[in-house]
Design a protein around this ligand. Structure first.
Ligand code: FAD
Length: 820
């Protein structure tokens, strides 16, 4: 006698179970009951349909009830909701949604694949119109109607999980102004905080107003719009709200039928996916599964596991004894330009289980290119790998990057599933040709680095926030000077790798040392030099200065765009359409390649010439502005074109209008290096005198000379501890300067000021004001500002910022150049 199988839920788990069962059991009677209007639709594609990336609605409907009936001989009944299960009678009670009429359906075997539903917490106003979840095709239709017909122009997305992120991106893509509110301090909970930081930066760069660490207190109608009141007291106003706060399993049917469910309402199943009633199977979001890594129980609502479980349940109904071995939670999400992926446990989860780094697990974080750096288009990705102290078990991995992230997370997930450890990662033989990978694939590299750490070749990879949290840490930056020009790691001693062996004496062997390079490779070489020279605790900074910039993007100077041309003087200029006389293609070059190439090419160019440089490395876009400022060149534009970043750079500063250019040099340049009152007075007296004779004068303030330009009052700016100390020790403003000799605890300085007054000699403040009125250019050296930890906001008005290039440019047009 043929058996009758009734399946509740007709999408991922239910539809795969039905189709597989038909292939195995031609004579089984299969009834598929689905309360919604569609079966087997691509709910994962819904956000992309809202953003019009998937244009055709019908593309989402993978299977129609008619085809299921015709091709698979399955009795598909959409708009039929199961109300209850009678396990004694082996029947389900069903309601026809359109008519409200109910009927009983008998089964021999029942499969529950009722999925999950979006959480709607009892927030005041949550039932107002235009507050939507995105879960079904009708939900997507409704959001699209709001956008296309009702012209909704703004949206607040609540929740920074993968659906929230996909919706934020797609609503932005559809042209809306978007805010994203997330209660935690990070988006994408499967990632550790530092791995989520690059996403935060990218989300903001793409114009989404990201509110972290804030939740919704209430929704209120505001005319046609909705006010979203946040717990912080702020209010956002939008035409549309998307709720993507999380999901809960649809386990009520099972619970009411007396099946065992867990505290969250998830159905408890055995390894064969049988519930506590052997005639009832359950699959998908609604069940509790084995955590593949730790072998305890968890809930992981993802499409891949649901589909596989549907297939396994069908196999078992057809007589097999196939076990579901657990879920790893392998997932991937696109967030604007970035892809984020993870598998297994993250570090937060390990710590929550009471595990301790260095005792129970180790971690490495590396940055590698998606394919060979010399082949165009390589993009960096950062991999974080968590593994046991013997290296035999992979606890989890996370990857954030632009390309090739999916294939690397899958490779690690496969290794993890097959019981491999870090040695296996390093041994994997993976397909390689330049457009696809490197001879040592990033996954191999993660394995190599993990083995090096476990092998004690150096102390390990530093925590990403070690420079912020650990005191008495020695930071060593082994990048080349040209790279440091583009980004300076705060408080780091800079010794290029090539000079390290000769300059070891500049470092303190007794201190814990964290080494930086651009991505970590040179830092590892430096670490080995240090270790072999008696340095005991040497760590490599994870992912290098690049990753430091990404994880500290909200604290350190970044320069990602140049809307208007920025001269080294800090001024902007309308330069019309500058024609590039030189084009260099750095696309595919690994950091620091592009900046080095720009530097080398610049040497061959004449002042005023323009270079167009394209690079695929996103870090280049960040670095080029700062590099130009510090080297006295001018960034004319810096924009994304397709996959590349294209910058126009003019050698030197902004050219002066022809009328201002002097035929014979008659300018005067004065470098004010000293912060001594008498020397500074002398420099201003000379400068004002020269200006009075009609000569163009530039005063370039560097190192201690910068103190002259400081505002007397305290200015609130973010500084590191060391910068604060430095700033605290430096005099604040002209009034605090002291004589170079006979200061006599300030008495000499006081007497000098009194005598100057008596003899009608201008005070330093008056001289500075006169200099400004006379058009004397007061330039603060940006490089020294960086070194001394002085911010532009701390300087008096009328001061320009400039690099060495700015000064040299003026010096070339001078016939007197003084160093005071
Ligand atoms: P579902 O596919 O949700 O199917 C359950 C069905 O049961 C529903 O159609 C429901 O109407 C029906 N049902 C419930 N109760 C009854 C009842 N009493 N009677 C009759 N029918 C009932 N996962 C990924 O892995 N990757 C992604 O990129 C991804 N993106 C997603 C994007 C969105 C917008 C959404 C909503 C989900 C996404 N998911 C993604 C999650 C994935 O879709 C789910 O994990 C998967 O669909 C779960 O399958 P399931 O069979 O358990 O439940």
């Amino acid at each position: 006698m043929s058996k009758k199988v009734v399946i509740i839920g007709g999408v991922a788990g239910g539809a795969s179970c039905a189709a597989r069962l038909r292939r195995l059991e031609e004579n089984a009677e299969i009834v598929l009951l689905e309360r919604g209007p569609y079966i087997s639709y691509a709910n994962c594609g819904l956000p992309y349909h809202v953003g019009d990336v998937i244009k055709s609605r019908s593309a989402l409907l993978l299977q129609t009830p008619e085809v299921m009936k015709e091709r698979f001989k399955i009795d598909v009944r959409v708009k039929n909701e199961v109300l209850s299960i009678d396990r004694e009678k082996k029947t389900v009670s069903v309601r026809r949604v359109e008519t409200g009429e109910t009927y009983e359906e008998a089964y021999d075997t029942l499969v529950i694949s009722t999925g999950s539903s979006p959480v709607r917490p009892p927030i005041p106003g949550i039932d107002l119109p235009h507050i939507q979840s995105l879960w079904t095709v009708p939900d997507a239709d409704e959001v699209r109607t709001l956008i296309t017909e009702q012209k909704a122009a703004s949206a607040v997305v609540v929740g920074g999980g993968f659906i929230g992120l996909e919706m934020a991106e797609n609503l932005k893509h559809a042209g809306l102004t978007v805010s994203l509110v997330e209660m935690l301090d990070q988006v994408m909970a499967p990632l550790d905080y530092e791995m989520a930081q690059p996403l935060h930066e990218n989300i903001r760069q793409n114009g989404v107003d990201l509110r972290l660490g804030d939740g919704v207190a209430a929704f209120r109608q505001n005319g046609e719009l909705i006010d979203v009141e946040l717990k912080s007291g702020k209010t956002l106003t939008a035409a549309l709200v998307i709720l993507a706060i999380g999901v809960r399993p649809n386990g009520e049917l099972a619970k009411n039928a007396g099946l065992t469910v867990n505290a969250r309402g998830g159905i408890v199943v055995d390894e064969y996916l049988r519930t506590s009633d052997p005639a009832i199977y359950a699959v998908g979001d609604v069940i509790e599964v084995t955590d593949f890594v730790f072998k305890d129980r968890t809930m992981i609502p993802l499409a891949g596991p649901a589909n596989k479980q549907g297939r396994i349940a069908a196999n078992n109904i057809a007589g097999a004894s196939e076990a579901y071995k657990g879920s790893q939670g392998t997932s991937v999400v696109q967030v604007f330009d970035l892809t984020a992926a993870s598998t297994g446990a993250n570090e937060r989860a390990l710590i929550k289980r009471g595990m301790e780094r260095g005792r129970d697990y180790e971690t490495v974080t590396i940055t590698q290119n998606s394919h060979a750096g010399y082949y165009p288009g390589a993009k960096p990705m950062t991999i974080k790998l968590l593994f046991s102290m013997d290296g035999k078990k992979i606890f989890g991995a996370q990857i954030v990057g632009r390309e090739g992230v999916d294939k690397r997370i899958d490779t690690i997930a496969v290794t993890q599933r097959l019981g491999g450890g870090v040695a296996e990662l390093s041994e994997l033989e993976l397909a390689y040709a330049p457009p696809f990978s490197s001879a040592k694939d990033p996954v191999n590299m993660a394995g190599f680095v993990a083995r090096n750490v476990l092998g004690g070749l150096y102390a390990g990879i530093a925590p990403w926030n070690a420079p912020d949290t650990l005191e008495n840490l020695q930071l060593l930056d082994v990048r080349e000077s040209v790279e440091v020009m583009a980004f300076t790691v705060p408080n780091a001693v800079h010794i290029p790798l090539g000079q390290l062996r000769d300059r070891l004496g500049e470092l303190d062997k007794s201190r814990e040392t964290v080494v930086f390079c651009a991505i970590g490779v040179r830092a590892y070489n430096a670490a080995r030099i240090l270790v072999q020279n008696g340095f005991k605790r040497v760590y490599v900074y994870p992912g290098g200065a690049r990753f430091y910039q990404a994880t500290h993007y909200d604290k350190v100077e970044t320069d990602v765009s140049a809307g208007a041309p920025v001269a080294d003087s800090g001024q902007t200029a309308d330069l019309g359409e500058p024609a590039a006389s030189m084009r260099i293609d750095c696309s595919g070059m690994q950091c620091p390649g592009p900046i080095m190439k720009v530097f080398e090419t610049m040497q061959t160019m004449k002042p005023g010439e323009v270079m167009e440089v394209s690079a695929s490395d996103p870090g280049f876009a960040r670095d080029i502005g700062a590099w130009c400022r510090r080297t006295g060149n001018t960034l004319l534009s810096n924009e994304r074109q397709g996959d590349d970043y294209v910058a126009l750079v003019r050698k030197g500063g902004v050219p002066k209008p022809a009328a201002e250019v002097h035929e014979t040099p008659e300018g005067k340049t004065i470098i004010v290096f000293s912060g001594d009152l008498d020397k500074v007075l002398a420099s201003f007296i000379i400068a004002n005198g020269a200006a009075a004779m009609g000569r163009p004068v530039t005063m370039f303030f560097t190192f201690w000379g910068l103190t002259v330009l400081r505002r007397p009052e305290k200015v609130r700016v973010k500084k590191s501890f060391v910068e604060k100390m430095f700033g605290g020790m430096m005099p604040r403003g002209s009034g605090k300067l002291k004589l170079s000799r006979m200061n006599m605890a300030g008495m000499g300085t006081g007497m000098m000021k009194a005598i100057m007054k008596q003899k009608n000699v201008d005070s330093l403040d008056t001289l500075i004001e006169k200099a400004k009125k006379a058009g004397i250019k007061l330039v603060a050296c940006t490089m020294s500002m960086d070194v001394m930890g002085i911010r532009p906001e701390e300087l008096i008005d009328g001061v320009e910022l400039g690099g060495v290039g700015a000064y040299l440019g003026d010096a070339e047009e001078s016939n007197v150049n003084l160093f005071i």
